[in-house]
Design a protein around this ligand. Structure first.
Ligand code: ASP
Ligand code: MG
Length: 458
């Protein structure tokens, strides 16, 4: 069995879905479990619907719901143009799903209040619609396709909008659910992203969570491999939107991929790798617009050579500087500091400490007011909001003599506010002015990948 996950751009419209269905068709012998995202931008649209409903803005809600329905109905009409009976059935299905959503959102509008649980229900509709439609499209193509409601097997905690998967439950449910759906079928399809709590309430895995769904399912059924189909040729040496001459990477280790995703590369959801590692299942990142391309293989570390693989960055970070003379020679200071982060559920990316100073970075989307207040009770705290973080990632880069010196020498005029070299030996990160981020990333990329000037040593 293999898992094939198709992201939003790979199922965005008639052409994309037709291509993706052909890719599935080429792998039927390997018994695919197809995992789909919502059509591109539909989850954003559902978020806007939730917001307008909470604000009680009926006119906007109606417009947006109309847009959602029209987009899916016209897609069905295109996909099933040659199959009148299936087309009628599929349109009825889309209408039924949209009618249900309309009345639910209507109720939210009347109430003017939206719980996380109700929001999870609303934003689940993107994957529900896409999976139903693509199932029809596959059947129309002659691929007998079993349909799986992901909520029957994907169980999470009741953090409705960012549910943590209950791995034990998923491992228990998935093999049987998949086997049943496979009876008499050539392939099965299910939704990424959406899940349910143990009480059966709707939940989702957080934005971009379909990759994570795919790897959890792959792990649970002991898949031979997990394919993540996207719209780029695999993982690249840097984000091509920022850097001109990027290359695609043939193979990277699980650890490198996890580090890249965590430190800002937008190719994979950061938690995707974890379940794959548990069972050592290779993950391939592939381009549905170029299915013959080799993509990137993410494999066990043993089969990956040492060296720099990529540069990632996080543009919007907070840099927190904590200063206290009380820290000197006092044990337990760090513990106190980190307890505050942990109690407030703020997650930290980089840390570097000296005698009287701790510098930390974190994602700017987090609210740290309370953390700052609590820290200020016993230390001086400064927060910089105009910084960005750059990470050089590669296996055993610590062995590359002088890498850091060379990377730094390519920084030109930019100041470096903090450097952190992970003990993991796969990541060297530093913090620079946001205004110079693009220059820094391009310069470092040039230095590392376009000139091959660093010396590798051991
Ligand atoms: N549709 C969801 C999102 O846009 C999940 C995903 O595509 O991975 O966040
Ligand atoms: Mg994605």
């Amino acid at each position: 069995m293999i898992v094939m996950k198709f992201g939003g751009t790979s199922v965005a419209n008639y052409e994309a879905i037709t291509r993706s269905v052909s890719i599935v068709e080429s792998r039927l012998a390997e018994k695919p479990i197809v995992v789909v995202s919502a059509l591109s931008k539909v989850t954003d649209l559902l978020y806007r619907i939730s917001d307008s409903a909470t604000a009680g803005d009926r006119q906007s809600v109606e417009e947006l719901l109309g847009e959602l329905r029209r987009r899916h109905i016209s897609l069905v009409n295109e996909l099933l143009a040659d199959n009148e009976p299936l087309c009628v059935q599929a349109c009825a299905k889309v209408d039924e799903i949209c009618d249900g959503l309309d009345s639910f959102v209507g109720a939210v509008c009347a109430l003017g209040e939206l719980t996380d649980r109700s929001k999870a229900k609303i934003i689940s509709h993107g994957e529900w619609l896409s999976s139903n439609i693509i199932c029809y499209a596959m059947n129309a193509r002659g691929i007998r396709t079993g349909f799986i409601d992901a909520r029957m097997m994907m169980k999470t905690t009741d953090d409705y909008l960012k549910g943590e998967p209950l791995v034990g439950e998923i491992v228990k449910n998935a093999p049987e659910t998949v086997a049943k759906a496979y009876e008499g079928a050539d392939a099965v399809i299910t939704q990424g992203f959406i899940a349910s709590t143990m009480k059966g309430e709707p939940s989702v895995l957080g934005r971009g969570g379909s990759d994570y769904s795919a790897s959890l399912i792959g792990m649970a059924v002991d898949a031979e491999r997990i394919e993540i189909w996207t719209d780029v040729d695999g993982v690249r040496t840097a984000d091509p939107r920022m850097v001109k001459n990027t290359r695609s990477i043939d193979r990277i280790s699980f650890e490198e991929a996890a580090e890249m995703a965590h430190f800002g590369a937008k190719v994979l959801h950061p938690l995707t790798i974890e379940p794959a590692v548990m069972k050592n299942i290779p993950v391939y990142v592939l381009n549905s617009m170029n299915p013959e391309g080799a993509g990137t293989a993410i494999l066990q570390s043993d089969s990956i050579e040492d060296g720099v693989k990529s540069i990632s960055f996080k543009e919007n970070i907070l840099l927190l500087n904590i200063f206290s003379t009380r820290m000197i020679n006092v044990s337990g200071f760090l513990k106190r500091v980190f307890e505050i982060f942990s109690e407030n559920k703020v997650s930290v990316d980089l840390i570097s400490t000296s005698e009287a100073n701790i510098s930390l970075t974190m994602d700017a989307s987090q609210n740290i007011d309370k953390v700052v207040r609590e820290l200020s009770e016993f230390a001086e705290v400064g927060v910089d909001t105009d910084k960005s973080q750059v990470s050089i990632i590669g296996k055993n880069i610590v062995n590359l003599r002088g890498l850091l010196r060379q990377a730094m020498s390519s920084l030109g005029g930019s100041n470096v506010y903090m450097i952190s070299q992970g003990a993991s030996f796969v990541n060297i990160s530093f913090v620079v002015d946001r205004a110079s981020l693009s220059d820094v990333v391009n310069e470092v990329h040039k230095y590392l990948f376009e000139a091959e000037r660093y010396e590798s040593g051991n």
